[in-house]
Design a protein around this ligand. Structure first.
Ligand SMILES: NC(=O)c1ccc[n+]([C@@H]2O[C@H](COP(=O)([O-])OP(=O)(O)OC[C@H]3O[C@@H](n4cnc5c(N)ncnc54)[C@H](O)[C@@H]3O)[C@@H](O)[C@H]2O)c1
Length: 310
């Protein structure tokens, strides 16, 4: 059965992430069949879906009928029932390689030939998760951030064998949901944001373990500085603007490379700094930097006062 004209979707796994996906798909007008062997599936959908839909910023702005949208979600009794006529299948089961491999082989048996099959995995690339499929080239990663119905990013990552047209369809789908999908240029375990997160959390735990600060102090240190900064600009634009006239290369050479050594990591090579300098000139041309600083400052002022008010 050709399904691309249908608005049927499936979510496999109704834990933290799957429940949130179900709410997002339903809010965008898709029918969603959810499969999970948990015995309380109907109850948890009832308790979560309408609440999550009501929290989606676009739903709040539109004043949409939350209960009517929640009716788009229904329980499936099996993987087959969930996926058989879905145009998109979003997997959100346990983060175990063997589990994902077996599940995707099963989904492939029942899914329509043109259905998109997507894994929410936090770090298992599709070329690994799809190893037991006959044709893994249509398995993609659509990795959200918790809580997915509120945080905009979805990392989209594909195996080298995946055709760009499949990726484009998925990017359009997430954009239509109101998400901010970003396609990675190549596969890497852990994808991008979780790799950044892993380094940060490792160092945070080290500082607590060493007794430099306790856990609550560490969280406060972060929230009152990098948290606000990184809500408005990324770490590399921040380095670029922090370097003043010297730009990103000035910042790396004069400040960051020494700090990188202090925490026991290998300093950036001259070639790596040159690459950042070249890309920074393309992405953030010198004539725009004053505007970027003003925008950063306006957003940070707005955030600092907004956070205090909530
Ligand atoms: N929690 C996060 O912050 C987060 C963020 C992004 C992505 N992810 C990824 O999303 C996926 C789900 O994570 P989660 O945090 O929602 O996990 P979770 O443990 O909350 O939910 C997993 C669900 O899978 C169900 N399940 C178990 N066996 C199943 C089967 N055979 N078929 C269908 N469902 C089955 C479980 O009953 C459970 O409800 C993982 O791959 C995880 O890496 C998690």
């Amino acid at each position: 059965m050709s399904t691309q004209t249908t608005k049927n979707t499936a979510v496999i796994g109704a834990g933290v992430i799957g429940l949130s996906w179900a709410a997002m798909f339903a809010a965008a007008g898709y029918q969603v069949r959810v499969y999970d062997p948990r015995p309380d599936l109907a109850d948890i959908l009832h308790a979560s879906v309408a609440l999550y839909i009501s929290q989606i910023p676009a739903v709040q702005n539109a004043g949409a009928d939350v209960n009517a949208l929640a009716q788009n979600v229904s329980v499936a009794q099996s993987v087959e029932e969930a996926v058989c006529d879905a145009m998109l299948i979003q997997e959100a089961g346990p983060e175990k390689i063997e589990f994902k491999q077996a599940l995707f082989a099963q989904i492939e048996q029942f899914a329509a030939p043109d259905a998109m099959i997507v894994s929410s995995s936090s770090g298992i690339p599709s070329s690994v998760a799809g190893l037991k499929m006959r044709d893994a080239s249509r398995l993609l990663i659509g990795h959200p951030f918790n809580p997915p119905h509120i945080l905009p990013l979805v990392e989209v990552c594909a195996a080298p064998s995946t055709a760009q047209r499949h990726i484009d369809v998925l990017m359009d789908f997430y954009t239509h949901l109101g998400k901010k999908p970003i396609q990675l240029h190549k596969e890497i375990k852990g994808f991008v944001v979780n790799r950044l997160q892993a380094v940060l959390i490792r160092e945070a735990a080290f500082l607590v373990e060493q007794g430099v600060v306790n856990m609550a102090e560490l969280d406060e240190l972060f929230k009152q500085s990098l948290g606000v900064r990184y809500a408005t600009i990324g770490p590399l634009l921040s380095s670029c603007l922090g370097g003043g006239a010297g730009g990103v290369s000035g910042f790396m050479n004069h400040i960051m490379n020494g700090l990188i050594e202090t925490v026991g990591q290998t300093p950036l090579s001259a070639a790596s700094i040159d690459l950042l300098e070249t890309q920074s000139q393309e992405a953030y041309p010198a004539e725009l930097r004053a505007q970027l600083i003003q925008k950063r400052d306006r957003q940070q002022i707005w955030l600092v006062s907004g956070l205090e008010a909530v």
